[in-house]
Design a protein around this ligand. Sequence first.
Ligand SMILES: Nc1nc2c(ncn2[C@@H]2O[C@H](COP(=O)(O)OP(=O)(O)OP(=O)(O)O)[C@@H](O)[C@H]2O)c(=O)[nH]1
Length: 925
Amino acid sequence: MSKDNKLRVYEYAKSLNMSSKEIITILKRLNLPVNNHMSVMENEMVSKVEGFFRDIKSNAAAKRAQESSAAVSAAAQPASKPTDRNVQQAATDNKNLTQDRQVLMNSNNTKTNTSTDQRSSQSQDNRPERQGGGQNRGPQGGTGGGQNRSPQGGTGGGQNRSSQGGTGGGQNRSSQGGTGGGQNRSSQGGTGGGYNRSSQGGTGGGYNRSSQGGTGGGQNRGPQGGAGGSQNRGPQGGAGGGQNRGPQGTSRAQFSQPSGGSQGRSFDSKPVAPARSGDDRFDRNRNGSGSSNSGGRKSNQNGPQKRFDDNRTGGNFRGNNRGGKGKGRGGQQQPPREKIDNTPKKIIVRGTMTVGDLAKLLHKDASEVIKKLISLGIMATINQEIEMEAILLIAAEYGSEVEVKIPVEEDDFEKDEEKDEEADLLPRPPVVTIMGHVDHGKTTLLDAIRKTNVTGGEAGGITQHIGAYQVEINQKKITFLDTPGHEAFTLMRARGAQVTDITIIVVAADDGVMPQTVEAVNHAKAAGVPIIVAVNKIDKPEANPDKIKQELTEYGLVPEEWGGDTIFVNVSAKQRIGLEGLLEMILLVAEVNDYKANPDKRARGTVIEAELDKGKGPVARILVQHGTLKIGDAFVAGNCFGRVRAMVNDRGRRIKEAGPSTPVEITGLTEVPQAGDPFMAFEDERKARAIAERRAIKHRQSELGANTRVTLDDLYKHIKDGEIKDLNVIIKADVQGSNEALKGSLAKIDIEGVRVKIIHNGVGAITESDIILASASNAIVIGFNVRPEPQAMATAEQEKVDIRLHNIIYNVIDEIEQAMKGMLDPVFKEVIIGHAEVRNIFKVSKVGAIAGCMITDGKVTRSAEARVIRGGIVVHEGKVDTLKRYKDDAKEVAQGYECGITLQSFTDFKEGDVIEAFVMESVER
Ligand SMILES: Nc1nc2c(ncn2[C@@H]2O[C@H](COP(=O)(O)OP(=O)(O)OP(=O)(O)O)[C@@H](O)[C@H]2O)c(=O)[nH]1
């Protein structure tokens, strides 16, 4: 080393017994900066050069191995039977192999050697000395002892644990390794030991891990390399070592022509014959003489030696003898390539993957994984996806732990049904909605219930309107949604939220079943929730509860006392009669249905109401349905996000957490969500924000994109795709007669297994509530001689509900049949161009009646067709006859202008009639 403590090229070359020029050539080939022999070799350069040597060496070794396998068999002793295994490779693997073979050897020995066979003799001898004993524990192991534990190992002992290893012991663990021991773990390595772990390496040890390398050891890893070691890794390289990595080596012979006492190998030189002649590592000598064997030593002297002698007749097998190459010959041996197990302890799996990907993950060759799969009965190619089960099996084969991380579709969290363990589910209060006809007493009943029952501890609390409240009866809670009416109920359902468990239909006993009662029944049925009928106002003298029961049987609600399964409770909301009975019935239904939820997870629920409060900012009233919502929780509500800042219950009390079926008002939102929006808590606000943003984008895209509601135009596609089995229909007709006729005709349609299911029908204009129901139930609306109310029209457009308007029953049936067969071919589509309101009627002889109108929206044209609508019902449909502005004929009159309209063959105008002008436009299909 130079004075400045830097390694120069010439020094490095010298240490390798190479010329500076050779090193410079290599450095240049490796693109490493070098000028001349005085250039400094940085550590990195040294390691790169060494890597280069290693590569070349391993390539050469592989090549050589191929060439030499034949030669090896020839060079083996006559009695020995070389394995077909590549000998050169075996040399590099000799450590592992030795151990493997050791096991094999022992088992073979046990099987075949009568003198040592433990199983056959079943003997264990503790006599002081025993010859050929199966197992000797005597003070002096016997000759040919299968296993000697005697203080002095026997000659040829399969395994000597004796304090002094026996000669030729397969494995010596003795304090002093035996001569020719296959493997010496003795404190002092034996002479010719194949593998010495002894504190002092044995002479000629094939592989010494001894603290002091053995003389002539094939490979010394001892801190002090042995003399003549083929490869010394000891910090103090041995004398004459084939390859010394010790900082202080003597005659290091590597990658150079042999020099001095070392017989090294030039990296591009051919293998040296003598080395291989003594390199008979596998010798399954079945006719072994049984004579004492000192293979290691022998090899030191003469070269030839046996590494593996499976002597089956004598107890004196040499066993796993890796005796070194002898002094001055150490350089012959390839350094054993230690097999590094780089199998990861744990792999993360995100769903199924290809065989190739799995192999990569496990740091294995795909072919190896494929072989393993075949052994498991799974035939797969490298690019084939394999199931999670197979992934787990393969990983287990390699002892790798698998962490399955399947990404949850958190953006669509409302669709993700979390499965709870039965044990985690606890009873929760039922959620009840009250519906019924106008003025039948819904609000009065809700108020009465609220006041009837104030939870003990919370008495005195100021009740607050938060969209829902809880009452307690018999220590059980019931949650009421206090937005009466089916619109709110169905609106939520239309938004995908199933909030209600039980519906109470209020019917005034002094009035009877009315259109909205029927609607409410149909809405509840469409949602599939149990119905309890509250027959209200029984305090009134004219009350007739039985009449109500009778009327409701027509709608499938048969009282229990009449053999049905509907619970009827007589109440007076005003007089507070029968309220407790009603509540008990609710609890009964709840008990039967066993409503449960897991309170021990993050909260999920539905927004019942939301608004922008001047003081508090956006507030949302939420019904927690699963899990527990806590102050500080980050959450997403619809397309909004936030963090729960404050939480107030229905009593106006601030609370810290809310479990399942609890209604709460929360603040901390960034925007105002919509009623019916899904709600879910997330681990942090950043995630909640990201999800809300993605939801908002998706929402906008879906609004722009195709509608998912069923329409007659795409009905056939839905049927074909198996998406629908029933065509849900809502019928609105002008009179009960046509309503019944339509119902009867539609019920008979059955095409390709798809039937018409009338979820609601009634007399009168198509209302917004009809549209919401249609939207929630994916239904189409058929109007027979009726029109949609303006608001209903707007909602239908928004919700993309298909409305079909007809005035001939046959056409309705035909249209639906054609749609079901996929043959619907509407060439024309009606386009409404405007509406005019009739304000005055002028009777003119000859002409008949002129309707003095105001155009309320759009326009009316001369060429248009028109229909006259009175109270939502079409009273006439025909062509526009004349259109005048004052006395002049006009081609068209726009919104905000007055005009006179006459229709062909219609004169019976009434003030307040609406004239709807429309044109028929051809539609591309
Ligand atoms: N006699 C009597 N009157 C009642 C009873 N329940 C409600 N009423 C009265 O019926 C009327 C209508 O009651 P509401 O509770 O407003 O009815 P509603 O169904 O909520 O009405 P809308 O909100 O308009 O749909 C009110 O004048 C109540 O006082 C009852 O049990 N007995």
